[in-house]
Write a protein that binds this ligand. Structure first.
Ligand code: ADP
Ligand code: MG
Length: 240
């Protein structure tokens, strides 16, 4: 028997905004059910890597999901394959209620009773949202808005969730709470995760392995424990 191929595989990916190339060799591999981190400083190309997967920028190299190439697909086509993108800055719709935001996440689905069940499941997974289900999203705290953004991503029933800096702009204790919720989500569902973070301490509470980007290139990849033991990672990303 041959080894099972990864759910998501990026090999030497390049990406450009117009004529400006910002990714120059990003590689990573994610097993079905796994969680992989993308670490790196501001401007390293983390967000662009997620955009490359989602079909939002022009790419080169190889990107495959479940054995099929993502190159040239539009964002809606990528979404339909089972990839949900939770963008940097969350993107929740402030004037809509929590429930309406969740419905937006399910817009491609036709199974109304399944959608209703999944809203209930999301509210179980993110109890902070359950109390506020009819309230406008704009009134939620930053941490609650992040949880809503993740829950909205899950409403598409994705196989893979792309999370862009879930801790951005949150106080440390709030960020830790958000990561606990995402960790519970990981345990209680089969969803795979690709998680962009500047805060490696937080990311390592969730992911099995990670790749470090510097100026648009993967410079180091490995299992969590191996990376956490490396001096350069500790100095640059773990504050020790
Ligand atoms: N829309 C854009 N047009 C041109 N350059 C961009 C655009 N978005 C980001 N960049 C540049 O691409 C590089 C990588 O950005 P980004 O992927 O957002 O990094 P990160 O998420 O790691 O902070 C940066 O140099 C940034 O200035
Ligand atoms: Mg970013």
């Amino acid at each position: 028997m041959t080894a099972r191929s990864p759910l998501l595989e990026l090999t030497d990916v390049t990406a450009s905004y117009g004529r400006i190339q910002v990714l120059d060799g990003v590689s990573l591999s994610l097993e079905d059910g796994g969680a992989v981190g993308i670490l790196g400083a501001n401007g390293a190309g983390k967000t662009t890597t997620l955009r490359a997967i989602s079909g939002m920028v022009r790419t080169g190299g190889s990107l495959t999901f479940d054995g099929r190439s993502l190159r040239g697909l539009r964002p809606d086509q990528v979404a339909r394959l089972g990839i949900a993108h939770v963008p940097e800055g969350r993107g929740t719709l402030g004037h809509l209620s929590v429930r309406e935001n969740l419905l937006v996440g399910a817009y491609q689905r036709k199974d109304r009773s399944g959608v209703a069940e999944d809203i209930d499941r999301c509210l179980d997974l993110f109890p902070n949202l359950a109390d506020r289900v009819s309230a406008p999203a704009a009134g939620l705290s930053g941490g609650e808005q992040q949880m809503l953004a993740v829950a909205r991503g899950m409403m598409a029933k994705p196989r893979l969730l792309l999370l862009d800096e879930p801790s951005l702009g949150l106080a440390p204790t709030t960020a830790a709470t958000v990561y606990e919720s995402i960790g519970r989500l990981r345990k209680e569902t089969a969803v795979s995760m690709l998680v962009v973070e500047q805060n490696a301490n937080l990311a390592f509470t969730l992911v099995d392995s990670a790749t470090v980007l510097e100026t648009g290139r993967s410079v180091l990849s490995g299992p969590r424990d191996e990376l956490m033991g490396r001096d350069e990672i500790r100095r640059a990303y773990l504050g020790s």
